[in-house]
Design a protein around this ligand. Structure first.
Ligand code: CA
Length: 228
Protein backbone atom coordinates (compact mmCIF):
# COMPACT_ATOMS: atom_id res chain seq x y z
CA UNK A 1 0.00 0.00 0.00
CA UNK A 2 1.48 3.42 -0.90
CA UNK A 3 2.28 5.75 1.95
CA UNK A 4 -0.09 8.69 1.84
CA UNK A 5 0.19 12.17 3.29
CA UNK A 6 -2.86 13.54 5.05
CA UNK A 7 -4.88 16.29 3.41
CA UNK A 8 -5.06 19.35 5.61
CA UNK A 9 -8.53 20.87 5.32
CA UNK A 10 -9.72 23.95 7.20
CA UNK A 11 -10.99 21.97 10.20
CA UNK A 12 -7.77 20.05 10.62
CA UNK A 13 -5.72 23.25 10.22
CA UNK A 14 -7.82 24.86 12.95
CA UNK A 15 -7.08 21.87 15.18
CA UNK A 16 -3.34 22.01 14.43
CA UNK A 17 -3.35 25.70 15.27
CA UNK A 18 -5.29 25.08 18.50
CA UNK A 19 -2.62 22.68 19.77
CA UNK A 20 0.50 24.42 18.47
CA UNK A 21 0.20 28.15 17.88
CA UNK A 22 1.48 30.40 20.65
CA UNK A 23 1.68 33.70 18.84
CA UNK A 24 3.97 36.27 20.41
CA UNK A 25 2.11 39.38 21.61
CA UNK A 26 4.00 41.73 19.27
CA UNK A 27 3.55 39.45 16.28
CA UNK A 28 -0.17 39.34 16.98
CA UNK A 29 -0.24 43.14 17.20
CA UNK A 30 1.53 43.55 13.83
CA UNK A 31 -0.65 40.90 12.17
CA UNK A 32 -3.89 42.48 13.40
CA UNK A 33 -2.81 45.95 12.28
CA UNK A 34 -1.81 44.62 8.86
CA UNK A 35 -4.96 42.56 8.28
CA UNK A 36 -6.85 45.70 7.20
CA UNK A 37 -4.17 46.66 4.66
CA UNK A 38 -5.18 46.21 0.98
CA UNK A 39 -2.18 43.88 0.50
CA UNK A 40 -2.82 41.89 3.70
CA UNK A 41 -2.65 38.60 1.83
CA UNK A 42 1.09 39.16 1.61
CA UNK A 43 1.39 38.42 5.33
CA UNK A 44 2.87 35.03 6.15
CA UNK A 45 0.68 32.88 8.38
CA UNK A 46 1.20 32.88 12.18
CA UNK A 47 2.16 29.18 11.97
CA UNK A 48 4.87 30.01 9.45
CA UNK A 49 6.12 32.88 11.62
CA UNK A 50 6.36 30.55 14.63
CA UNK A 51 8.18 28.00 12.48
CA UNK A 52 10.67 30.67 11.35
CA UNK A 53 11.43 31.71 14.91
CA UNK A 54 12.04 28.06 15.81
CA UNK A 55 14.31 27.52 12.79
CA UNK A 56 16.38 30.58 13.65
CA UNK A 57 16.87 29.25 17.18
CA UNK A 58 17.62 25.70 15.99
CA UNK A 59 20.35 26.70 13.55
CA UNK A 60 21.74 29.29 15.99
CA UNK A 61 21.48 32.00 13.35
CA UNK A 62 23.17 35.32 14.04
CA UNK A 63 23.19 37.03 10.67
CA UNK A 64 20.06 37.04 8.51
CA UNK A 65 18.85 38.58 5.26
CA UNK A 66 15.24 39.25 4.40
CA UNK A 67 14.24 40.02 0.80
CA UNK A 68 10.71 41.43 0.97
CA UNK A 69 9.66 43.05 4.26
CA UNK A 70 6.09 44.41 3.80
CA UNK A 71 4.99 45.59 7.29
CA UNK A 72 7.76 43.74 9.10
CA UNK A 73 5.87 40.71 10.42
CA UNK A 74 8.22 37.98 9.17
CA UNK A 75 11.28 40.11 10.03
CA UNK A 76 9.95 40.37 13.58
CA UNK A 77 9.47 36.58 13.72
CA UNK A 78 13.12 36.19 12.68
CA UNK A 79 14.33 38.83 15.14
CA UNK A 80 12.52 37.06 18.01
CA UNK A 81 14.63 33.95 17.38
CA UNK A 82 17.96 35.80 17.35
CA UNK A 83 20.39 36.18 20.25
CA UNK A 84 21.24 39.64 21.66
CA UNK A 85 24.00 40.20 19.10
CA UNK A 86 21.98 38.88 16.14
CA UNK A 87 21.49 41.05 13.04
CA UNK A 88 19.10 41.19 10.09
CA UNK A 89 19.53 43.13 6.87
CA UNK A 90 15.99 43.72 5.57
CA UNK A 91 15.36 44.82 1.98
CA UNK A 92 12.15 46.18 0.48
CA UNK A 93 11.28 48.67 -2.27
CA UNK A 94 8.32 50.31 -0.48
CA UNK A 95 8.78 53.35 1.77
CA UNK A 96 5.14 53.20 2.81
CA UNK A 97 5.29 49.57 3.96
CA UNK A 98 8.69 49.81 5.60
CA UNK A 99 7.84 52.96 7.56
CA UNK A 100 5.15 50.82 9.23
CA UNK A 101 7.66 47.99 9.67
CA UNK A 102 10.13 50.32 11.40
CA UNK A 103 7.46 51.45 13.85
CA UNK A 104 6.49 47.85 14.59
CA UNK A 105 10.10 46.81 15.23
CA UNK A 106 10.61 49.79 17.55
CA UNK A 107 7.49 48.90 19.54
CA UNK A 108 8.67 45.29 19.87
CA UNK A 109 12.14 46.47 20.94
CA UNK A 110 14.00 44.63 18.14
CA UNK A 111 14.83 47.60 15.89
CA UNK A 112 18.48 47.62 16.99
CA UNK A 113 18.87 44.17 15.40
CA UNK A 114 17.49 45.22 12.01
CA UNK A 115 19.18 47.27 9.30
CA UNK A 116 16.54 48.34 6.79
CA UNK A 117 17.58 49.07 3.21
CA UNK A 118 14.88 50.54 0.97
CA UNK A 119 15.21 50.10 -2.77
CA UNK A 120 15.16 47.56 -5.59
CA UNK A 121 16.33 44.06 -4.71
CA UNK A 122 18.18 43.80 -8.02
CA UNK A 123 20.29 46.79 -6.93
CA UNK A 124 20.61 46.26 -3.19
CA UNK A 125 21.41 42.53 -3.19
CA UNK A 126 24.33 42.82 -5.67
CA UNK A 127 25.53 45.69 -3.43
CA UNK A 128 25.75 43.23 -0.52
CA UNK A 129 28.01 41.01 -2.63
CA UNK A 130 30.15 44.06 -3.51
CA UNK A 131 30.36 44.96 0.19
CA UNK A 132 31.89 41.55 0.98
CA UNK A 133 28.92 39.75 2.55
CA UNK A 134 29.49 36.62 0.42
CA UNK A 135 29.27 33.34 2.41
CA UNK A 136 28.26 35.12 5.63
CA UNK A 137 24.48 34.82 6.14
CA UNK A 138 23.13 32.02 8.34
CA UNK A 139 19.55 32.47 7.17
CA UNK A 140 17.98 34.15 4.14
CA UNK A 141 14.23 34.58 3.58
CA UNK A 142 13.01 35.29 0.04
CA UNK A 143 9.46 36.65 -0.18
CA UNK A 144 9.37 39.37 -2.82
CA UNK A 145 8.44 39.85 -6.52
CA UNK A 146 8.17 36.42 -8.10
CA UNK A 147 9.62 37.50 -11.44
CA UNK A 148 13.01 37.90 -9.78
CA UNK A 149 12.92 34.76 -7.62
CA UNK A 150 15.53 33.00 -9.75
CA UNK A 151 17.86 36.01 -9.57
CA UNK A 152 17.31 36.44 -5.83
CA UNK A 153 17.95 32.75 -5.31
CA UNK A 154 21.25 32.77 -7.21
CA UNK A 155 22.49 35.74 -5.18
CA UNK A 156 21.17 34.16 -1.96
CA UNK A 157 23.24 31.03 -2.59
CA UNK A 158 26.29 33.27 -3.01
CA UNK A 159 25.56 35.24 0.16
CA UNK A 160 24.57 32.24 2.33
CA UNK A 161 27.16 30.52 4.51
CA UNK A 162 27.96 26.89 3.68
CA UNK A 163 25.49 24.87 5.80
CA UNK A 164 23.24 27.97 5.99
CA UNK A 165 19.53 27.99 5.30
CA UNK A 166 17.44 29.74 2.64
CA UNK A 167 13.65 29.83 3.02
CA UNK A 168 11.55 30.74 -0.01
CA UNK A 169 7.87 31.66 0.32
CA UNK A 170 4.85 30.99 -1.93
CA UNK A 171 6.54 28.26 -3.95
CA UNK A 172 3.31 26.28 -4.49
CA UNK A 173 1.31 29.42 -5.40
CA UNK A 174 -2.03 28.21 -4.01
CA UNK A 175 -1.49 24.89 -5.76
CA UNK A 176 -1.53 26.43 -9.24
CA UNK A 177 1.98 25.14 -10.01
CA UNK A 178 0.42 21.80 -11.00
CA UNK A 179 -1.95 23.35 -13.52
CA UNK A 180 -0.84 22.61 -17.05
CA UNK A 181 -0.91 25.54 -19.47
CA UNK A 182 -1.60 27.99 -16.66
CA UNK A 183 -1.88 31.61 -17.76
CA UNK A 184 -0.89 32.85 -14.30
CA UNK A 185 2.51 34.50 -14.83
CA UNK A 186 3.61 34.01 -11.21
CA UNK A 187 2.66 30.31 -11.35
CA UNK A 188 4.80 29.93 -14.49
CA UNK A 189 7.70 31.74 -12.81
CA UNK A 190 7.42 29.59 -9.70
CA UNK A 191 7.29 26.37 -11.73
CA UNK A 192 10.47 27.43 -13.46
CA UNK A 193 12.01 28.43 -10.13
CA UNK A 194 11.13 25.11 -8.47
CA UNK A 195 12.64 23.17 -11.38
CA UNK A 196 15.81 25.26 -11.29
CA UNK A 197 16.34 24.70 -7.55
CA UNK A 198 15.69 20.97 -7.96
CA UNK A 199 18.48 20.78 -10.54
CA UNK A 200 20.95 22.72 -8.37
CA UNK A 201 23.44 20.29 -6.83
CA UNK A 202 24.88 22.96 -4.54
CA UNK A 203 21.92 22.65 -2.18
CA UNK A 204 19.68 20.24 -0.25
CA UNK A 205 15.93 20.85 -0.57
CA UNK A 206 12.72 20.23 1.33
CA UNK A 207 9.35 21.54 0.14
CA UNK A 208 6.79 21.98 2.89
CA UNK A 209 3.08 22.04 2.01
CA UNK A 210 2.60 24.68 4.74
CA UNK A 211 0.93 28.07 4.19
CA UNK A 212 1.38 28.79 0.44
CA UNK A 213 4.25 26.34 0.00
CA UNK A 214 7.68 26.84 1.54
CA UNK A 215 11.05 25.78 0.16
CA UNK A 216 13.73 25.06 2.74
CA UNK A 217 17.11 25.07 1.03
CA UNK A 218 20.40 24.24 2.72
CA UNK A 219 23.62 25.35 1.05
CA UNK A 220 25.99 22.41 1.10
CA UNK A 221 29.23 22.71 3.04
CA UNK A 222 32.67 21.10 3.09
CA UNK A 223 31.35 17.85 4.55
CA UNK A 224 29.10 17.45 1.51
CA UNK A 225 31.87 17.87 -1.01
CA UNK A 226 31.83 14.22 -2.02
CA UNK A 227 28.30 14.33 -3.37
CA UNK A 228 28.50 17.64 -5.24
CA1 CA B 1 4.66 35.66 0.74
Amino acid sequence: MPIESITVNEKLLAYITSVSLRENHFLEMVRKRTETHPCAKMLITPEQAQFMTMLIKLIGAKKCLEIGVFTGYSTLATALGLPEDGKIIAIDRSREWTSRALRHWQEAGVDDKIELRVGEGMVLIPALIDEGHTNTFDFIFIDADKKNYENYYQMAVTLCKPNGLIMVDNTLWRGSVIQKDTEDLSAKQLKSFNRMVFEDNRVDITVLPMADGIHLIRKKGEADELDI
